[in-house]
Design a binder for this molecule. Structure first.
Ligand code: UD1
Ligand code: MG
Length: 455
């Protein structure tokens, strides 16, 4: 039997108090609906439909690259009405997995087990016992423990509100059953909505078997309706990430102050200090030390690298034994070769730094290629921009650049050359030569500094 997925995502998300559609709010750096779609893709089902309504154009624009059929629900008349919108597109012989766009942490493995354990001719539903079930639909069971009804919080009696088993809203059932029952739903309830939950009683009437499934972590099925729930799920997610890396052998100074918002790979014997953020694709090799308050986005670190405190590194490849920071900013496809040292208050953009080269104190290296064993003095700046175009600075092996030098690009400094401190270099310097462009020092005899008159 083949399957379709319907993701409900048409709701407004009023409680987010935001112009951004709720399902585009991020969890660990990614829109929550995108997380659900990626999980769906990993399930390898036949069709993915997403019901959208509120700010549909923005959602389609952001997530349009995914193979999802977007179906608009013009008016949000309830979860039952939402699923009904997708039915004409779903073949009658399919089974349908119903998910929510604002329940971002539902996992592939939970859904796979849930579907595998739902018998073919049954209605499967994911439920969970929550410490605080407030706000959720409650699962009503008969004395034989069979599910007979779901009651919404707003309709529940005080006794029913004490039930801790809740409806996740995730179901797996045949399209044929939905075709039969959804058109017969009514909206005679406190919210005047067509409740999808009413299909339970219809299944009971038809003697369709109803089975339930519990996820390992109940947080997987929690939805995000406001920023408090968003923050709580973010923490849960980050805690899970931290546990994963600790289990793999990383040392985290504080698992609660470690955030992964992408794909992070960590090698052996890595130490990660507090307040570290990893975005995009980050690889950390063996024996690396990541200092506190560090941000890494799309970075490849080889082995034995030390990133010192307060460094911001994106789109860079760094080879073994390099030392970066503290307070370094590296960006724009930069390559740093082995044993190079980049010190404090240095910005490096779109450049390559050769092996054993040093750029230690305060400066800007942009659009440059540095050979190996180059020494760049404090306060050196590459003037790569003429107001209209960017130009390259090429520095050969073993060059020594004195402090406070301006290298006006395009310019080439030949291998072994030396630049005197305080120079403004506008022309190429041949190999092994000394270039100085600073004004000669003069001494003015008998000069006296002015003094304030004493009053
Ligand atoms: C729903 C369930 C409740 C369950 C809870 C789990 C119903 C009637 N109730 O309640 O039993 O415990 O989810 O989180 O189903 N949506 C649409 N179109 C609509 C209405 C909703 O696409 O017309 C989407 C929303 O965007 C959201 C999802 O459906 O992603 C759930 O809707 P919501 O209004 O949040 O339902 P709950 O009241 O939370
Ligand atoms: Mg909800």
């Amino acid at each position: 039997m083949t399957n379709s997925i319907v993701i409900l995502a048409a709701g407004q998300g009023k409680r987010m108090y935001s112009n951004l559609p709720k399902v585009l709010h991020p969890l660990a750096g990614k829109p929550m609906l995108e997380r659900v779609i990626e999980t769906c893709l990993s399930l390898k089902m036949d069709n993915i439909f997403s019901i959208i309504g509120c700010k549909a154009t923005e959602i389609k624009k952001t997530l349009g690259k995914y193979p999802v059929t977007w179906i608009e629900q013009k008016e949000q008349l309830g979860t039952g009405h939402a699923v009904l919108q997708a039915l004409p597109a779903i073949p009658e012989h399919h089974r349908v997995l119903i998910l929510y766009g604002d329940v971002p942490l539902i996992s592939q493995s939970t859904l796979e087990s849930f579907m595998a354990e739902t018998p073919i001719n049954a209605l499967g539903i994911i439920t969970a016992e929550l410490p605080d079930p407030t706000g959720f639909g409650r699962i009503i069971r008969n004395p034989s423990h069979n599910i007979i009804k779901i009651i919404e919080e707003k309709e529940a009696t005080p006794k029913q509100k004490c039930i801790q088993e809740i409806n996740s809203g995730i179901y797996f059932v045949s399209a044929a059953f939905l075709n039969q029952t959804l058109p017969t739903l009514t909206n005679q309830n406190t919210q005047q909505e067509y409740y999808l939950t009413d299909i339970i009683e219809k299944a009971v009437k038809q003697k369709l078997e109803i089975t339930s499934f519990q996820p390992t972590h109940y947080q997987e099925i929690l939805g995000i309706n406001d920023h408090i729930q968003q923050a709580a799920l973010e923490r849960f997610y980050q805690e899970q990430q931290a546990i994963k890396y600790l289990q793999q052998g990383a040392t985290l100074a504080d698992p609660m102050r470690f955030d992964v918002r992408g794909n992070l790979k960590i090698g052996k014997d890595v130490y990660i200090d507090i307040n570290t953020i990893f975005e995009g694709d980050v690889t950390i090799g063996d024996h690396c030390v990541i200092g506190p308050n560090t941000f890494l986005r799309n970075v490849f670190l080889d082995n034995y690298i030390e990133i010192k405190a307060n460094s911001y590194i994106e789109n860079a490849t760094i080879e073994s034994h390099a030392i970066i920071g503290p307070f370094a900013r590296i960006r724009g496809e930069t390559h740093i070769a082995n044993h190079a040292e980049i010190g404090n208050f240095i910005e490096i953009k779109n450049s390559s730094i050769g092996a054993y080269s040093k750029v230690h104190h305060v400066g800007y290296i942009g659009d440059s290629e540095l050979g190996s064993t180059v020494n760049i003095g404090a306060g050196t700046i590459t003037c790569n921009y003429d107001g209209a175009h960017k130009h390259k600075t090429l520095i050969g092996n073993d060059v020594f650049i004195g402090s406070n030098t301006e290298l006006v690009a395009p310019v080439t400094i030949g291998e072994g050359a030396t630049i005197g401190a305080g120079s403004t270099i506008t022309r190429d310097v041949p190999p092994n030569q000394l270039a100085i462009s600073r004004i000669k020092q003069s001494i003015i005899p008998n000069w006296q500094r002015k003094k304030k008159k004493e009053t």
